[in-house]
Design a protein around this ligand. Structure first.
Ligand code: NDP
Ligand code: DXP
Ligand code: MN
Length: 376
């Protein structure tokens, strides 16, 4: 007789967001997973719904939802729940911090928070190794490469949609408002990542994420535009074989894979050949200056300082843009100036504490720069 698999305990960090709520959908379809704890920022309504719907016992948030067991910290939530899997889906540096906590308690991390690998890739990987934690990517392109991965790789390619600015005449991009930039052509996602798709800072993050996850030199990671986000990733093998991972853009698929790996249990829509979009375009240099600026920096060094500054400054600038304090094209200025400031300090990152310190330094600089030099 076949033995019944034990139910896996799941904690979702960022449960009320785009990845968080889609994780809830997936868990409901799959069965065999129990959400034992969630964390969220301020969306009490969605959090309460998830807690009631799935019978979640514990939560962590600054907000009290009035029922369930509220923990005082992320660490307390993890201690009380002893999860098998933590889904890390909080954006920005807050997400980096919570990923470090998860690395001390979980058996597996389903990692959506790409910022953790951007800011602290080597430390995240070391901790995962030391604590025997499986690090499974949720990001669609990285899930694709992870699913295609085998030794003997010549290079990989990840795709970009081009975001909200891809068809806008260059001279009109500076006029775009948050409501324009938040219209992503293929995915429905949180605010920060949707703006990052438009500057292609998201793709720069993803190149770094791929470099860390698959231990590939930057020169072996290519990026092309695929307008329908139908192709997610391509692996080119040394014997000439090319493997393509494709399918309709739906984050529930990589989320499910990260939960069920190495098995495949999720059911979803299977595209017809008429829906295939296999055309790849070059990324335009003038349209996405920050992407190319960052790619240049990857050539010079593998140091973390500029990557931490990139995340901190971009987080500050995207916030300011979404609050209508700066223009879309100002994001580039804030990020460049902050990275240049941090590079001048010549700090070498030796520890997780250094990561926190540089984030602080870069964030303060970016905030001051926005206030004094760019604010409308
Ligand atoms: N969305 C997607 O399709 C993809 C996302 N990712 C990555 O996944 C991560 C999450 O993205 P996404 O789901 O789109 O983001 P959302 O903005 O949709 O959701 C963010 C979640 O994090 C919570 N949160 C925000 N700030 C804090 C904080 N300071 N403390 C605790 N919780 C907080 C929010 O809570 P609340 O809303 O209650 O305030 C919400 O639950 C990002 O790193 C992103 O780059 C990667 C690939 C695809
Ligand atoms: C769904 C996902 O993985 C996002 O990271 C996606 O890649 C964003 O779209 P862009 O391709 O426009 O950056
Ligand atoms: Mn992605």
């Amino acid at each position: 007789m076949e033995e019944k698999a034990a139910v896996k305990k799941v904690v979702i960090f960022g449960a009320t967001g785009s990845i968080g709520t889609q994780t809830v959908d997936v868990v409901k379809q799959l069965g065999g997973f129990e959400v034992v704890g969630i964390s969220f920022g301020s969306n009490i309504e969605i959090a309460s719904r998830i807690m009631r719907d799935l019978g979640v016992e514990y939560y962590f948030s600054k907000k009290d939802i009035g029922f369930g067991k509220r923990c005082q910290s992320v660490d307390e939530l993890l201690e009380k729940t002893s999860p098998d899997i933590v889904v890390c889906a909080i954006p920005g540096f807050e997400g980096v911090k919570t990923t470090f906590s998860a690395l001390r308690y979980a058996k597996r991390i389903a990692l959506a928070t790409k910022e953790a690998l951007v800011c602290a890739g080597p430390f995240v990987k070391d901790l995962a190794r030391e604590n025997n934690v499986e690090l499974i990517p949720v990001d669609s392109e990285h899930s694709a490469i992870f699913q295609l991965y085998e030794p003997h790789i010549e290079k990989i390619l990840i795709t970009a949609s081009g975001g909200a600015v891809r068809d806008v005449p260059l001279e009109r991009i500076s006029e775009l408002k948050p409501s324009d930039i938040l219209k992503h052509p293929t995915w429905s996602m949180g605010g920060r990542i949707t703006v990052d798709s438009a500057t292609m800072v998201n793709k720069l993050f993803e190149v770094i994420e791929a470099h860390e996850l698959f231990n590939l030199e930057y020169g072996r990671i290519d990026v092309k535009i695929n307008r329908l986000s139908f192709i997610h990733g391509i692996v080119f093998l040394k014997d000439g074989v090319i493997k393509i991972h494709a399918g309709k853009p739906d984050m529930r698929i990589p989320i499910a894979y990260a939960l069920t790996y190495p098995e495949r249990k999720y059911h979803s829509y299977v595209a017809d050949v008429e829906e295939f979009d296999l055309t790849l375009f070059d990324v335009e240099r003038e349209r996405y200056p920050l992407f190319f600026y960052g790619l240049e920096l990857t050539k010079d060094n593998d140091d973390l300082a500029w990557r931490i500054a990139l995340n901190a400054a971009d987080e500050v600038a995207v916030n300011a843009f979404l609050n209508r304090e700066i223009m879309f094209t100002d994001i580039e200025k804030v990020v460049r100036m902050t990275i240049e400031y941090i590079l001048k300090q010549n700090i070498s990152v030796q520890s997780i504490e250094d990561v926190y310190e540089i984030d602080n330094l870069a964030r303060s600089y970016a905030l001051k720069y926005v206030e004094k030099e760019v604010k409308k």
